[in-house]
Design a protein around this ligand. Structure first.
Ligand SMILES: Cc1ncc(C[n+]2csc(CCOP(=O)(O)OP(=O)(O)O)c2C)c(N)n1
Ligand SMILES: [Mg+2]
Length: 287
């Protein structure tokens, strides 16, 4: 990929992290950890991979994105706003009564949200149905799903995974955001499905494991899907929970963050530092 294109995407990822902070500032709290770990996945999807039209969010030929781990909604709102699905001022209503961007996504309130999620373990079933529907329509569109690694503890996922393989849904691509933490501790200790690659393979899927913060790798991996014709694809993305916030990275206590002013200041400082690094990179490329 052209390094300029990647740099542009890195800036977009930074803007999305800034939008997430804006949401937290408005709502005074939120599920920040899992939102920040999936910023690069969601950036790659909304700014490179998905065939979508923000001006026509219900366009029948669009690719679908299902945020199965609905508590990660801050990253979805941040990306949809950045992509122009709605005005960024809506981000300032997070936490308000009757907001269009509630604590879990609601397809009836916000354009671009494909389905309601929040109760973990349902997105893959819904996405499987979408993938079958698109195939019946002979549509070239694909269905992408973002799941959490802790979410995989829900048994319904494995029923859906079996069904997707049986129905040969090679228009279905799942990301597992493997940040190795869930709400109450390390995924390995709370309810482990490791080794994840073997587990998915045994359910009839084809699997890749990648660095989930490497935008170029995310894009090239998705561009290789389906990894095998007639099989659904899963990308296990290794990530860091709360990525970008120095004081919160990899800490389970930031699954849900009630921000105090000192932390918010530090968070802004951390994101400014990322911007400085990107600017230095720009200069190196002579841009
Ligand atoms: C059915 C159901 N059970 C429990 C919860 C409460 N819950 C919200 S987030 C979460 C942990 C999810 O962990 P993971 O999927 O790893 O998400 P991430 O680390 O990306 O935040 C739990 C148990 C829920 N939302 N739905
Ligand atoms: Mg997790």
């Amino acid at each position: 990929m052209d390094p300029k294109e990647i740099l542009k995407l890195e800036y977009t990822a930074l803007n999305i992290r800034r939008n997430i902070l804006r949401l937290i500032r408005a709502g005074e709290s939120g599920h920040v950890g899992g939102a920040l770990s999936s910023v690069e996945i969601v950036t790659a999807l909304y700014f490179n991979l998905l065939n979508i039209d923000p001006g026509n969010p219900k366009w029948p030929q669009r690719d679908r994105f299902v945020l199965s781990a609905g508590h990660k909604c801050l990253v979805l709102y941040a990306a949809l706003a950045e992509r122009g699905f709605f005005d960024k001022s809506v981000l300032d209503t997070y936490g308000a009564l009757d907001s269009r961007i509630p604590g879990h996504p609601n397809m009836h309130k916000l354009p671009g949200v494909e389905t309601n999620t929040g109760a973990l373990g349902h997105g893959l079933s819904i996405a499987g149905g979408m993938a079958i529907g698109l195939r019946l329509d002979r549509s070239p569109a694909k269905v992408y799903v973002l799941m959490g690694d802790g979410e995989l503890a829900e048994g319904s996922n494995w029923e859906a995974a079996s069904a997707a393989a049986m129905h040969k849904l090679d228009n279905l691509v799942v990301f597992v955001d493997r940040n190795r933490l869930q709400i109450s501790g390390p995924t390995l200790e709370v309810m482990s499905y490791e080794p994840l690659d073997e587990r998915w393979r045994s359910f009839g899927w084809r699997v890749r494991i990648i660095d989930g913060h490497d935008l170029e790798l995310i894009i090239s991996t998705v561009n290789e899907t389906p990894f095998e014709k007639g099989k659904p694809s899963v990308i296990i993305a290794d990530t860091i929970k709360s990525k970008g916030l120095s004081f919160a990275e990899g800490k389970v206590s930031y699954h849900y963050w009630k921000a105090n002013p000192g932390e918010m200041e530090q968070a802004e400082h951390d994101l400014n530092n990322i911007e400085k690094q990107l600017k230095a990179k720009m200069e190196r490329f002579g841009l």
